[in-house]
Design a protein around this ligand. Structure first.
Ligand SMILES: C[S@@+](CC[C@H](N)C(=O)[O-])C[C@H]1O[C@@H](n2cnc3c(N)ncnc32)[C@H](O)[C@@H]1O
Length: 249
């Protein structure tokens, strides 16, 4: 079942506070990795699934995209996108990405940043994306790492007597499906998928996998932000770039 948790006032305020901090994990690891995988955008059409504040949409236009469509299930997130990241080449649509099969246009690039883990039916989503892409088009997405999504509540770390994190705990990794956890509010729903499920779904839908990144902090980032050393035990994000191939041998 679709959950629009970003329109929950308490969740929205908590999430906004994290994003206001410049040193958040999105800015430090996820966004640079995502942008490093972007193909040339000049004169291209782009669809951003779960576009949130529209920060990426405006970047795509600045990089030369001729048309960007940003869709999001949350009215609150889109209100910020329209207020802060409006542009004549961008259309923001309030719709769940589960419904993109209804869109009447095709795209060169489909991007999604940290939103796929909110979608239950990954195979249907990927099949829809494949249909919406032009031949040779690129799907680029990030999601919470499967070593994170496998959890519901419970202790994610084994610590020593001083509270120092020693090991990341892994729980129920091999069981795909819904998880509920507490993040600002109780009962936030996300969907866990194993690596093999994610990769095989892409391959079976016709995609060629180009690259994966599991971003970790550079020594320079670690010097300024030593707490991020935990990511060396367990990355928080997974990024995948895949291409809609024209030949299927
Ligand atoms: C972690 S935020 C990321 C926002 C943006 N992509 C970014 O990186 O700044 C996740 C976004 O996905 C949206 N979202 C969650 N489930 C969705 C769904 N089923 N369809 C469309 N958007 C969804 C949320 O409303 C939220 O704006």
């Amino acid at each position: 079942m679709k959950q629009n948790i970003y329109d929950n006032e308490i969740f929205f305020n908590g999430y906004s506070k994290i994003r206001e901090n410049e040193n958040n994990a999105n800015n430090m690891f996820e966004k640079p990795a995502l942008f490093s995988l972007l193909p040339t955008l000049n004169n291209k059409t782009v669809l951003d699934l779960g576009c949130g504040y529209g920060e990426h949409c405006i970047h795509f236009v600045e990089e030369g995209a001729k048309r960007v469509v940003g869709i999001d299930i949350s009215q609150k997130m889109l209100a910020i996108a329209k207020a802060e990241n409006a542009h004549q080449n961008i259309s923001y649509l309030n719709m769940p990405m589960e419904d993109i099969g209804e869109l009447q246009e095709h795209f060169d690039i489909i991007v999604s940043s940290l939103a796929f883990h909110y979608v239950e039916d990954f195979r249907a989503l990927i099949n829809n994306i494949y249909r919406l892409l032009n031949d040779g088009g690129v799907l680029l997405f990030s999601q919470e790492h499967p070593f994170n999504t496998c959890f519901s509540d419970g202790s994610r770390w084994t610590t020593d007597e001083n509270g120092q994190k020693l090991f990341a705990n892994i729980s129920n990794y091999s069981i795909d499906g819904e998880r509920e956890s507490t993040w600002f509010v109780e009962r936030v729903k996300k969907y866990h998928r194993t690596f093999s499920m994610i990769i095989n779904t892409l391959i079976e839908s016709g995609f060629q996998i180009d690259k994966l990144i599991e971003p970790v902090p550079t020594p320079e980032i670690l010097k300024e932000n030593p707490d991020y050393k935990d990511l060396l035990h367990k990355p928080d994000f997974l990024l995948i770039k895949a291409t809609k191939g024209t030949s299927r041998l």
